[in-house]
Design a protein around this ligand. Structure first.
Ligand SMILES: NC(=O)c1ccc[n+]([C@@H]2O[C@H](COP(=O)([O-])OP(=O)(O)OC[C@H]3O[C@@H](n4cnc5c(N)ncnc54)[C@H](OP(=O)(O)O)[C@@H]3O)[C@@H](O)[C@H]2O)c1
Length: 156
């Protein structure tokens, strides 16, 4: 499975339920390109943060991890957003799903993650959520380099 993450200098990836940096259009475009038509797996906090910005992630099947069974019914109302408990739902590791964070979800799926798309955001930002430890990664591709961020593909 593949993970996608943006990391700023110092390892900060989140602040509360939001991203620590002001919108980076190039990175959002990359996220869209990589996730369109795919199953995207994320934690409830990340999902809430995204909805707060007014985005709804059209064109993707969004699987939101939660411990709260009361939310499972919500899945029926929005057929492209599903709430599930990853402890009880096995995901086929060969599935074309992409892990979109946050930290707890990267860590939960870490043993299955074989490829990581990392946007290295230039600059230091305030935040209380740090990047997970992906272990040893081999650089496979430099996807984009700009003055605000660089995007790389790594293999585990
Ligand atoms: N920079 C990036 O690329 C990037 C990407 C994604 C997110 N983020 C940031 O990361 C932060 C959020 O990360 P986070 O780790 O605090 O939260 P998170 O992983 O987004 O969500 C945590 C929630 O997911 C549910 N959950 C997590 N593990 C579970 C499990 N094993 N079984 C069932 N449910 C589970 C729980 O929801 P319930 O409480 O409902 O049970 C938990 O409270 C935000 O600041 C976000 O903006 C950054």
């Amino acid at each position: 499975m593949k993970a996608i993450i943006a990391i700023s200098e110092g390892g900060v990836i989140g602040n509360g339920d939001s991203l620590p940096w002001p919108k980076i259009p190039g990175d959002l475009k990359f996220f869209k390109k990589e996730t369109l038509g795919k199953k995207v797996i994320m934690g409830k906090k990340t999902y809430d943060g995204i909805l707060k910005t007014g985005q709804t992630l059209p064109g993707r099947k969004v699987f939101v991890a939660t411990h709260n069974p009361e939310l499972f019914n919500f899945s029926n109302k929005n057929r492209d957003h599903f709430f599930f408990d990853p402890r009880f739902c096995l995901i086929d590791p060969t599935d074309d799903a992409i892990i979109a964070g946050g930290k707890s979800i990267y860590e939960f799926y870490m043993p299955l993650i074989k490829e990581v798309l990392i946007t290295m955001v230039k600059g230091k930002f305030e935040g209380n959520v740090l990047a997970p430890d992906f272990g040893v990664l081999d650089l496979a591709e430099v996807i984009e380099e700009t003055d605000k961020y660089n995007i790389y593909r790594f293999l585990k």
